[in-house]
Ligand binder design. Structure first.
Ligand SMILES: [Zn+2]
Length: 433
């Protein structure tokens, strides 16, 4: 369907207003308009409203199929991915996940083990149509010395196919060891990474956050937090991060993930937090699949009663950048998942109500995370930009989101890629013992 040549024209494709730049067309109430896309030498040379210009005889008519830019997945853990067969979560709880993963890391995460699982994850993401991934890397000693070099190798190996970024991951209490944390920040800076920590209500949280911001400023690093991944209403570290950003005068990008407890707090508390988050310019990423799996799981005799996700609609209403992402895949934090951002968007639509109207929610899996990750030109279709897009079968949201779209076509630099999902059996030998 996509010709294997340097230049061609796709006619009658359905583009979304929120993910297309420079298309003068009448978009329908779902945000779609029919268009023609010209591709030349790996770039999009033009995007025009369908029917406005004369098409060449060899133009390919896509009959109204949806075309979206390649996805950007801004919150993953590909160092943990796919350990489930050898280390399942014993009871599906957050603590169960933390303990199981910690034990597996200490026992099994050699450079080879991490590299092979990472590569498996990246092949899946690539086949599903993702072009950029940010992963967190467990960075508690001695793992940081193993995983960061693996990340650097993997980033090189995948350059041109997946733009790979990494953020360090450790509990905020790890920052108390100032000397070690400074060393870690330097290592992260050397790898052009992002400084990340998990925040919770430690008694000295404010002081620890100041140290995190001081290191980020000193080394010119962006920040990425896991915050308040709990239903505990007393968990207000999102607000503490916003306050710390303001009083430290931080100018880099800050992405905060999870923020689950916000959805459980009284309205006045929520308003105060959101005002500060907006003022500080924080971006938020919700991880709907992982939250659904871990949150509100008490024991196997109760049914979960809340979705676990944070207040994305209220955030967007305040102009706060909101993204959704994969988070964990087939590890104790989430038993399922395959780094398929269409699955994430489908689940987000159901869990978070990304509909009535759809509005510009599609940005949450493409343009918005691209901005947060400073990826110029990613996540949007624009004349002059890379011809990196996905051609779906669906011609409407209900068609697109009702089937897995396993037969989608992924185009990179103007050419349809071979979409080969790795075989699980490849990892079998890492799972024994
Ligand atoms: Zn995470």
């Amino acid at each position: 369907m996509i010709p294997d040549k340097a230049s061609y024209r796709l006619a009658n494709v359905r583009l979304h207003a929120s993910l297309t730049s420079g298309l003068a067309a009448a978009f329908d109430s779902d945000g779609f308009a029919l268009a023609d896309i010209s591709v030349a030498d790996g770039k999009i040379s033009s995007i025009a409203s369908h029917g406005k210009s004369k098409l060449p005889a060899d133009a390919i008519d896509l009959a109204g199929r949806i075309v979206l830019p390649c996805f950007v997945d801004c919150h993953t853990h590909i160092d943990k991915g796919h350990i489930w067969p050898r280390k399942p979560n014993p009871d599906g709880t957050f603590m169960g996940a933390l303990n199981a993963t910690g034990a597996d890391r200490a026992a099994r995460w050699s450079a080879e083990d991490v590299a092979r699982r990472m590569d498996f994850s990246l092949r899946s993401a690539y086949a599903h149509g993702t072009k950029a991934v940010r992963t967190h890397l467990d960075s508690v000693p001695p793992q940081e010395e193993i995983s960061w070099p693996v990340f650097e190798t993997m980033r090189e190996r995948w350059r041109g196919r997946i733009d790979l970024q990494a953020a360090c991951l450790l509990g905020i209490e790890g920052v108390r060891d100032k000397k070690w944390f400074e060393k870690l920040a330097k290592r992260v800076a050397a790898a052009k990474g992002v400084l990340g920590v998990v925040t919770y209500m430690a008694p000295d949280l404010e002081e620890l956050l100041d140290q995190v911001f001081a290191q980020a400023i000193k080394h010119g690093l962006d920040l990425d937090f896991h915050a308040d991944e709990t239903d505990d209403v007393a968990a207000i570290s999102l607000k503490k991060i916003a306050e710390a950003s303001l009083w430290n005068g931080f100018e880099g990008n800050i992405l905060v993930g999870h923020c689950c407890s916000l959805a459980r707090q009284p309205d006045l508390e929520v308003l105060d937090t959101l005002d500060k988050v907006a003022k500080a310019g924080l971006a938020i990423v919700s991880l709907p699949m992982c939250n659904l799996y871990l949150q509100d799981r008490r024991n196997n005799e109760t049914t979960p009663r809340w979705r676990g996700v944070t207040l994305l609609h209220e955030m967007k209403a305040r102009g706060i950048k909101a993204a959704v992402a994969s988070d964990n895949t087939r590890d104790p934090f989430h038993a399922y998942g395959d780094l398929d951002m269409l699955e994430v968007y489908r689940m987000a639509t159901r869990i978070l109500h990304f509909d009535h109207p759809v509005g510009d929610w599609p940005r949450a899996v493409a343009a918005t995370p691209a901005e947060v990750m400073r990826l110029d030109g990613a996540g949007v279709l624009v004349a002059g930009g890379s011809a990196d897009f996905i051609v779906f079968k669906g011609r409407s949201w209900t068609e697109l989101l009702s089937r897995p779209e396993s037969d989608r076509i992924v185009v990179r630099d103007g050419r349809a890629i071979e979409r080969q999902l790795p075989d699980y059996a490849e990892l079998d030998e890492l799972m024994v013992g």
